[in-house]
Design a protein around this ligand. Sequence first.
Ligand SMILES: [Zn+2]
Ligand SMILES: [Zn+2]
Length: 331
Amino acid sequence: MLATRLRAIGDIRTDQVPMPEPGPGEVLIRVAAAGICGTDRHLTRGEFPCRPPVTLGHEFAGEVVALGIGSDPHLLGRLVTCDPNIACGTCPACLTGRINLCRALSAIGVHRDGGFAQAVVIPAHRALPLPPGMTAEEGAFCEPLACCLHGVDLAAPRPGERAIILGGGVIGLLTLQLVCLAGADAMLVTRQDAKRDLAATLGASATAGTVAEAQRLWPGGADMVIECAGVAETVTAAPHLARSGGRVVVMGVLPQGETVAIDPFDLLTREIALHFAFLNPFTQSRAVGLIAAGRIRTAPLVSRRIPLHDAPAAIREDARPGEVKVLVLPG
Ligand SMILES: [Zn+2]
Ligand SMILES: [Zn+2]
C-alpha cells in the first residue's frame, strides 16, 4: 500500500510499504480522509519531537476492515474517527485524570504510524464510530475540534461575553464556532482577507486584520483571548487584548525552544489568567456529536483535496494564502 512517511527530519515521501496487520486489541482502518495539520509541518521540520521513520497523519477517518483478536466485533464495517493519543493509564498524570499530560503518551501519526496511508492499524479503543449520515471528511475534523473543545472549556465562555480569537486557520475557525455556540460575541483576528470573510459567515460578530485594529474595535478588551495561530507575535499580544480580570488560552503550537516576552507586572496587576490547552482529553466524542448534529460546520473549511502522492509537498510547504484545511484522500 501507499503511505506518506517522514523518513528523517526534512525527508518526507510517499512510498510503497507492507499492508499492516492488526494485533490483539487492534483494528485495521481503510483511511478515507486525513487532514494535514500544522503539527505535521512542525514534525517534518524537527520542531516537535518524534522519532522517524514514521507515517504521519493524526486527523483521519475511515472504515474498519479487519479486527485483531479481542477487538469489539461491532466495529467491523463501521466508519470511525481516530483519537490518536494513547495514554498509559498508570503514570501520575493519568491517575489524576490528566491523560493529555501522560508522561508515556504515544500518538498515532507522531510516535507510531498514522493516517496518511491507504490503511492504518490503531488500538480498537481509539476508534470512535461515526453516527449514520456523518462522512469520513467530517470524521477527519473530530481530532482538531476535540483540541478546540479542550481550549474552549478552559476559556469557559458565557453568554454575552466577548472573545477574541487570534488566528484564522482551522483551529481558529473551529474555536470561533464553539465560542459562538456558547453564546459569546466573537472577534476573529487574521491578516488574511479570505479568512476574515469566512469567519463572518461562521458567526464572528467582528473581524480584524491586526492586533491594533482589534484594540480599536474593542478598546475595553475581551473577557477571553484564545491564541490559535501558534506564532510568537500573537502569543505576546494576547494578554494585551484581555480586559482586566480576563483570561488567555494559548492553543497554538510554537516550535519547541522558541520563547516570547511577557510582562508579569501587567499580568499581576490586571489579574490576567494565562492558560495553555494541550490535546483533547476526553473531548473527542463531544466533537463527533457536535459535527453529527450539524452544530459545527466543517465543509467550508476544506480548501483542497489531494492524493497521497501530493501529500509530501503539501506538508513541506507552508499553507497557501487563504488555505484552511487540506484533506488527503488516500483513495
Ligand atoms: Zn492536528
Ligand atoms: Zn500516563
